[in-house]
Design a protein around this ligand. Structure first.
Ligand SMILES: O=C(O)CCC(=O)C(=O)O
Length: 260
């Protein structure tokens, strides 16, 4: 499976500009014959949380429509990072997954809200996990701060995920946590991690990319890139079963001693 990680800048509070950028990136990645294109977190608005009433995507309809149209046009899967959505008078940080036919196969609201960036003041928590099929492979998707909860990633891999997609807006000052946590999540769950972070600045933070693709044995297929652009990697999915056979951690779990 060939993946394209779109390590993009995000125009703060300007969905129009960001939609235009996303469209161009999809065209570029699709021309490189990839199987899936992955975007960062909150790419429509950035962290303009106090302007969400004006900016959030009503019912997620703009993002869903555009992603579905482009996925179908280019016959490519898209992990749509996440967008700020407004549904039933509430705001969410929502990830949409679209398959090659343009069908929305999953939608996920970020489960763990990040208080240090005031998410809990403006957003509502998601209530369910995010496991879906992509080209016959079981995958999962969580968002940014969710990665600090190993039990949440484990819940997805226990439900079959062999690849975890993780869009983020992870600030530069804690990028060492990002790298270590992601590598640990890949090794402990023996899965691929495809994690896409943004670059650029907003009024409160600086972001320096370091999008990562990590194999189940912990090898870094993409890491340490700080410039804006598309990063490509090839995943050998058989690697998941090989690693799980070599060190059978799923069989060796002591569920009589702990829950997950
Ligand atoms: O956990 C962190 O340090 C960063 C999390 C974050 O930026 C987010 O969830 O948006």
């Amino acid at each position: 499976m060939k993946v394209a990680c779109v390590q993009m800048d995000i125009a703060f509070g300007e969905p129009g500009k960001n939609f235009t950028a996303i469209e161009k990136y999809i065209e570029e990645a699709a021309n490189a014959q990839v199987d899936v294109i992955v975007f960062p977190e909150m790419w429509n608005t950035g962290y303009a949380l106090d302007q969400l009433d004006r900016l959030a995507d009503r019912e997620g309809s703009m993002a869903r429509k555009m992603l579905a149209h482009l996925a179908k046009k280019h016959q490519v899967n898209i992990v749509g990072g996440s967008v700020a959505t407004k549904r039933g008078g509430k705001f969410f940080n929502t990830m949409y997954i679209v398959d090659r036919t343009g069908k929305i196969v999953a939608a996920y609201d970020k489960a763990h809200l990040f208080k240090l960036m005031d998410e809990h003041v403006y957003l509502n928590e998601g209530q369910s996990m995010n496991v879906f099929e992509m080209d016959g492979i079981t995958c999962g998707g969580v968002i940014c701060y969710d990665v600090r909860f190993p039990e949440w990633i484990r819940t997805h891999t226990l439900n079959g995920a062999k690849i975890m997609f993780i869009p983020a807006e992870w600030p530069k000052q804690r990028i060492d946590h990002w790298q270590l946590l992601l590598q640990a999540r890949a090794i402990e769950n023996q899965c691929f991690i495809v994690a896409v972070n943004r670059v650029g600045k907003d009024p409160n933070n600086e972001f320096n990319g370091h999008s990562m693709v990590i194999a189940p044995w912990g090898e870094l297929l993409i890491s340490n890139q700080t410039e804006e652009g598309i990063l490509y990697a090839e995943l050998d999915l058989e690697e998941v079963d090989r690693v799980r056979k070599t060190i059978p951690v799923y069989q060796d779990r002591r569920t009589d001693l702990y829950e997950s």
